[in-house]
Design a protein around this ligand. Structure first.
Ligand SMILES: *Cc1c(COP(=O)(O)O)cnc(C)c1O
Length: 359
């Protein structure tokens, strides 16, 4: 529904819809790459106890700098990182907004490689940052020569590399990240929301963080950590880059409740991440099954698989919804994305897809 004309919204925002994947009750959710395994009763109880304690001082503002949480996130990341080199916010989406507020803005340019995460252009729009996209190759990798040519031509203030990429699942080799980090005149953000799901031997940009002071590596607790509802994303970078992000954050942006829940969840990272191996093998099985059924399947280092191709992907998506399975209509035309669920959920998806394509 377009806004009525009397609403004096910014002209460049007129006609837009709020972002959102459909949320449909009583379906199997394979559409937003959540972890299908929630916290155990014990972990939930510990998170609840930490939140209860935080509640006793909710008359006070929270720790503005989230010192303990950032230190704990640094410990989780390893690589010799410390809390002053980690920033945290309400989801890595807010981290990305902070990045564009601090390093983008009017007269500045952000660049990424499509198909990629559909939220980036919205943050660019919201921060009046010019948005430029290069194209990924047929296999959804980023060609280094073409990327460098585009960077040379556009001189972007912010480059966003998503690895593993959403919605394709493609991880970038370190050589690509190094080449871009060396060529880019501004900051380079590697969005590693799905890092924990990457296959054996796939590197993380954290491995080269020390070499590039303008490199940022963002992560989230929403996916592997099974904490999407907690809203906690974070980024590792040079301490001076973190200080730049601190300038644009709202005061007290991370509630005491959020900080307490995230710190408690981090105490149980082993358990929360325990299902990641299982999800990775379910992912590999899912990809094999789709290939076996004759589909094109993008190689995935994430907890979802992009597959196709369909003349009318919307009809397939709708047919699955009608059978109680919600996947995502996103990415290049003719492709669909399915998140990795429990083995039982995948069986239901397989059955439903077979039915839909047979009709
Ligand atoms: C899911 C996702 C995120 C995580 O967003 P949060 O705000 O942390 O929940 C970030 N980047 C990409 C590419 C994603 O797919």
């Amino acid at each position: 529904m377009p806004l009525p004309a009397w609403v004096p919204i910014r002209e460049d925002l007129r006609g837009y819809e709020p972002y959102g994947a459909p949320q449909i009750p009583d379906v199997i959710n394979l559409n937003v790459n959540e972890n299908p395994y929630g916290p155990s009763a014990e972990v939930a109880a510990d998170i609840a106890e930490s939140v209860r304690l935080a509640a006793t001082t909710l008359n006070r503002y929270p720790d503005r700098e989230a010192v303990q949480l950032r230190a704990d996130l640094a410990t989780y990341l390893g690589h010799g990182l410390t809390g002053d080199r980690v920033w945290a916010a309400n989801g890595s989406n807010e981290v990305m907004l902070h990045v564009l507020q601090a390093f983008g803005g009017p007269g500045r340019t952000a660049l990424s490689f499509a198909p990629t995460y559909s939220m980036y252009p919205e943050y660019a729009r919201d921060t009046h940052t010019r948005w430029v996209t290069g194209q990924r190759e047929e296999d959804f990798t980023v060609d280094v020569d073409r990327a460098l040519a585009l960077i040379a031509a556009e001189q972007p203030d912010v480059v966003l590399l998503t690895s593993p990429n959403n919605p394709t699942g493609t991880a970038l080799p370190l050589d690509t990240i190094r080449a871009v980090a060396e060529a880019a005149p501004g900051v380079v953000v590697v969005d590693e929301a799905y890092a924990e799901f990457r296959r054996e031997g796939t590197p993380s940009a954290l491995d080269v963080l020390e070499e590039y002071p303008r490199l940022l590596v963002s992560r989230t607790m929403s996916k592997a950590f099974a904490l999407a509802g907690g809203r906690l994303g974070y980024v590792a970078a040079d301490a001076a880059i973190i200080d730049a992000l601190r300038i644009v954050r709202l005061p007290y942006h991370l509630s005491a409740v959020t900080q307490a829940a995230a710190v408690a969840a981090l105490r149980h990272s082993d358990e929360l991440l325990a299902r990641v191996d299982e999800l990775r093998s379910t992912r590999d099985e899912l990809a094999r099954w789709l290939v076996g059924e004759g589909y094109d399947v993008a190689e995935s280092d994430a907890n979802f698989v992009l597959f196709g191709r369909f003349e009318d992907r919307h009809a397939i998506w709708q047919g699955l919804v009608d059978r109680g399975v919600l996947i995502r209509e996103t990415g290049p035309d003719q492709w669909l994305r399915v998140s990795v669920g429990t083995p039982a959920e995948m069986e239901i998806f397989y059955g439903a897809l077979k039915e839909v394509v047979a009709t």
